[in-house]
Every structure is written in structure tokens, then in C-alpha cells.
Design a protein around this ligand. Structure first.
Ligand code: NAD
Length: 489
């Protein structure tokens, strides 16, 4: 398997990772070798050891060159050390390589793997680069901490289009968007709006949406109603773990991270420290990720042989501890025993479970043709500013009294809110107030404001001695507010 790329071997990068990573990667590489995958492997070291060598992202700079050159990365899970200063390597690699789409098939293998959901076959397509995973966080006052949720229109369009393209290529019938736009009307709202626009280009595929909380509940209860789900980064992270777990074990699911240039394949679970080194981990998640990799690099024959061999081994009752059940399991396998059983089954097809069939056009190939529309720029008018103030001493009314006159001739103090809830004017006395106050100033007339007007405002507020911790400009886009109202406004 190792060697040069003269025999049609495809260059890939491999990292053995942390915790159970080395054990499940050894198993996966053994199966790939036995199945005669045509791979030219370069290994890199990432994870805990690199964090401790002082690389804050857990990866050495020269490894990026290898990843970029090979374009295909088979990665075992890694441990992100707790504590400040360490960045999640997974997030860094996904974002660094522009791997915007995370594809996570979750399938039940009833009756061989115990599950309450015998008919589950759902693919979760998770946006991989944006949302709260931008990792932009601040402590702003004694009481209040902030994490920015960033959602872009092109980011929404790319992932929604990817989901519909995936559905079309894989003969899936329905795509469901999970959002929370009843609360986050602007950020989740744009995702929902773009989803509807994209869906119109795929009339043969049913499109619907659910609020993420009831969507998660339905996944746990009736997962068979779903086909393809597309969602934002954090929701996708959570629901795909739920979906994988209810198939029987989180150790069963693999995932593909796809970008325009590169792709990364990994198990959806982590490094599972409690079972690391015991030789009992289920290698199936990483192995099925490697199957996705093989279809991606154009080796559907090998992918099919491994996947069908794996289904056969599962059907014959070779089960690691996480899926062991007296009724259908014949052997409680160590990682190595399961690997050997699977290698014995290569070339065979399952009898009860449905065999897979991959062609050159199968699933997880780069959707490099995906283009995003660039709408004409909107007319953007500065109409006000939210000034955030750190205050413990003054009551709400005292704070408002100090601020009212600072608006000057051009701006009015319109509302003060605390943690998003209106507290002035006419707030409710029960509302708990932290030390973090949002004071909204809006232009008095229709004429847009200029930056100099805001600087004048800040300087007047500064003159009162109040502690301004941040500001957020308020814009109208084509006459429509680009900002949310306070709760209770
Ligand atoms: P985890 O997925 O590593 O493990 C949770 C539990 O699930 C384990 O204790 C184990 O009981 C079970 N489990 C997971 N994989 C299994 C397998 N293959 N076979 C059998 N049982 C398995 O989640 P965690 O404990 O929250 O995270 C541990 C570490 O992994 C953390 O440092 C986290 O940051 C990291 N992590 C890495 C990745 C990644 O590299 N892609 C993903 C998630 C978590």
C-alpha cells in the first residue's frame, strides 16, 4: 500500500491521533491493505504530543504542506487538551482546508446491532466552518461572557446546495433543514431563507424544515422519518452524535469533511480516553470513514468490498464490546479480533442486511461545481448604535437618566436591555439585571448617520464617566433593519 503513486496509488495523509486513535487506525490500515486499496500514504503527527511540543493548534507548520499536497486526509480522533491556549485541531483543520461540508451517515443494522430504531438511514450534513465554532469569545464584564455566532449567506448557500446535490447523486428523496429561526431570526433566518431558495432548484426532492429542538426529539424518537438533514455547525454536531448513538453505538459512524480543494475522513466519535490502550475500541467509525474516502478518490470497487465485508462481519456476530448483545453477538471481539473477522469477510456480501453498491459516481466526491450566487450589494444606511455599558452602581432609571441627553440633536436613546430583555422604558421589575447593559441609540430623522456622529456620542457618554465596553453599529439594508429588537420591545 505504501510506495509511490506509479500504480495508480492515490496520495493520502494519515494521522494516528490520540487515545484509541492509534488502535483504530492500525485496524483500518490493516483492512485497507488486505482489500488492496491503492494508496500512497504519508503519515503526520498531530494532537496531544504536538500540543505539548508547543504547537498551539496541535500540528506542525510543515504538516500543512503535506495535507495541502495530498488533498486527502484520513484522521484518527485526537484529544484537545483542556484549558486555555489550546485550539481545537479538528476545527483548525476543517477551517484551514476549507472543508465546509461535514457528511455523517447514521444507519441502523437491525437486528444485528441492538437499536430501538430498526429502519434508520439518515445522512446529516453539517455546516463545518461557521456558527459559534468561529471561536470568537470574550469576557466583557464581571458577570458576562460572549461567543459570537457568525453566519454568512454564501456559507448557507454552499452547504444547502451541497445537501441537495448529495441527495440528487445518492437518490435520496427528502432534505430537511434544522434551524432555530423562531429565536435567531437573523442568523438562523438567513439559513432558512437560503435553504428555501436553493430547494426551489431541486423540485424533484422534497424539502421541509423543523425547529432544531423538536427535530432532535424526533431523531431520538422516529429517525426513520428523516432522509437527509442539513443544518448549522453546532446543531449538526449535537444531532449527529445523537443519531449515531441511537443506531447502537457512537463507535459505528464515519464522516467526510468535504471542501473544494481537500477532504478529510474521520470517525465521528472522539479519542475515548477511558478505553484507550485496552484494545477494545470499535474501529468501525474510522473504517466506514475510509470507505467514504475510497469512493471519494475513485476506488468504488475497494469501498464496496470493504463495506460489504464489514456488513457481513456484523451480521455474523463479530462484535466489539460497545455493540455486544447476547442475542445476536457470537463473539465479543477485541479491536484486533474484529479486524481479523472483517478481513476474513472481504469479498463476501451480507445475506440479511442490504449490500452496498458503489459506482464511480458514488456519494462523497467533491462537489467542486458548487457555485454561490452573489446578490447585488444592498443599500446600507447607518441608523444607530448599540452601546454596551458595564455598570453595577446605577439603577436602570439612573442609567437611562445619565444617557438620555448624550444622544444630542441626532440620536434618541430608544431602549435599554439587559441580557437581551428590555428593562427601560417600562421594563418589568422581575427581570434580573446583570452588569451588562445594551443601550440603543437610533437616529432621530430619516437621514443616515455618519461615523463622526457616533464618535460624538461616545465622547459625550465618556464624559458621564460610564464604562463603555463595546459598541455595535446598527444598519438598515435596503430600508430593512439589520438588527434584532430587544425582547419585550
Ligand atoms: P468520545 O467520543 O471520545 O467518547 C465518548 C464515549 O463513547 C467513550 O468514553 C466510549 O465509552 C464511547 N466510544 C467512543 N468511541 C468509541 C469506539 N470507537 N468504540 C467503543 N466505544 C467508543 O467523546 P468525549 O469523551 O467527549 O471526548 C474525548 C476526547 O475526544 C476529547 O478530548 C475531545 O475533544 C476529543 N474529540 C475528538 C474528536 C475528533 O478528533 N474528531 C471528536 C470528538 C471529540
Amino acid at each position: 500500500m505504501n510506495g509511490n503513486s506509479t500504480n495508480g496509488a492515490v496520495p493520502i495523509t494519515v494521522a494516528r491521533g490520540d487515545g484509541i486513535g492509534p488502535e483504530i487506525m492500525e485496524a483500518t490500515l490493516a483492512v485497507l491493505e488486505a482489500a488492496k486499496a491503492r494508496l500512497d500514504i504519508t503519515e503526520i503527527e498531530i494532537g496531544e504530543a504536538m500540543f505539548h511540543k508547543g504547537y498551539s493548534a496541535g500540528i506542525a507548520p510543515e504538516s500543512w504542506d503535506i495535507l495541502r499536497k495530498n488533498k486527502v486526509f484520513l484522521k484518527a480522533p485526537i484529544t484537545t487538551p483542556q484549558g486555555g491556549g489550546f485550539k481545537s485541531l479538528n476545527v483548525t483543520v476543517r477551517k484551514g482546508l476549507g472543508l465546509y461540508s461535514n457528511v455523517r451517515p447514521c444507519v441502523s443494522y437491525d437486528p444485528f446491532v441492538t437499536t430501538r430504531h430498526s429502519d434508520m438511514d439518515v445522512v446529516i450534513i453539517r455546516e463545518n466552518e461557521e456558527d459559534l465554532y468561529a471561536g470568537i469569545e470574550y469576557r466583557q464584564t464581571d458577570d458576562v461572557y460572549q461567543c459570537l455566532k457568525l453566519i454568512s449567506r454564501p456559507g448557507c448557500e454552499r452547504i444547502c446546495r451541497y445537501a441537495f446535490e448529495y441527495a440528487r447523486t445518492n437518490h435520496r428523496k427528502k432534505v430537511t433543514a434544522f434551524v432555530k429561526d423562531n429565536i435567531m431570526k437573523i442568523t438562523d433566518g438567513i439559513f432558512h431563507q437560503v435553504f428555501d431558495e436553493v430547494a426551489a432548484d431541486y423540485p424533484e426532492i422534497e424539502a421541509d424544515h423543523l425547529i432544531v429542538d423538536i427535530g432532535a426529539a424526533r431523531i431520538a424518537d422516529t429517525p426513520e422519518i428523516f432522509d437527509v438533514i442539513v443544518t448549522l455547525n453546532l446543531y449538526g454536531d449535537i444531532i449527529s452524535d445523537i443519531a449515531a448513538q441511537i443506531t447502537g453505538s457512537v463507535g459505528l459512524a464515519g464522516s467526510a469533511n468535504i471542501g473544494d480543494q481537500s477532504a478529510m475522513f474521520e470517525a465521528i466519535h472522539g479519542s475515548a480516553p477511558p478505553i484507550a490502550g485496552k484494545g477494545i475500541a470499535n474501529p468501525s467509525g474510522l473504517l466506514l470513514a475510509s470507505v467514504m474516502m475510497l469512493t471519494h478518490i475513485g476506488q468504488p470497487d475497494v469501498a464496496e468490498a470493504i463495506h460489504n465485508g464489514w456488513l457481513t462481519a456484523i451480521e455474523r456476530g463479530s462484535h466489539t464490546g460497545d455493540i455486544f448483545d447476547r442475542k445476536y453477538s457470537k463473539q465479543r471481539c477485541t479491536t484486533k479480533e474484529f479486524t481479523a473477522a472483517l478481513i476474513d469477510c472481504l469479498g463476501e456480501k451480507p445475506e440479511t442486511l442490504t449490500p452496498v453498491s458503489y459506482s464511480a459516481k458514488s456519494a462523497d466526491r467533491n462537489q467542486t461545481g458548487i457555485r454561490v450566487t452573489v446578490p447585488a450589494p444592498a443599500q446600507k444606511d447607518l441608523v444607530g448604535v448599540d452601546v454596551f455599558i458595564d455598570n453595577r452602581e446605577l439603577t436602570t432609571d439612573e442609567l437611562a437618566k445619565q444617557l438620555v441627553s448624550t444622544g444630542g440633536d441626532l440620536m434618541n436613546l430608544q431602549v435599554i436591555s439587559n441580557r437581551g430583555t428590555k428593562v427601560w422604558p417600562d421594563g418589568l421589575p422581575e427581570t434580573f439585571c446583570s452588569d451588562h447593559w445594551r443601550c440603543r441609540f437610533l437616529a432621530k430623522g430619516d437621514a443616515p448617520l455618519a461615523t463622526a456622529d457616533l464618535i460624538g456620542l461616545y465622547s459625550r457618554i465618556d464624559g458621564t464617566g460610564l464604562d463603555v465596553i463595546k459598541t455595535e453599529n446598527l444598519y438598515n439594508f435596503d430600508g430593512r433593519p439589520g438588527f434584532s429588537a430587544a425582547q419585550g420591545s
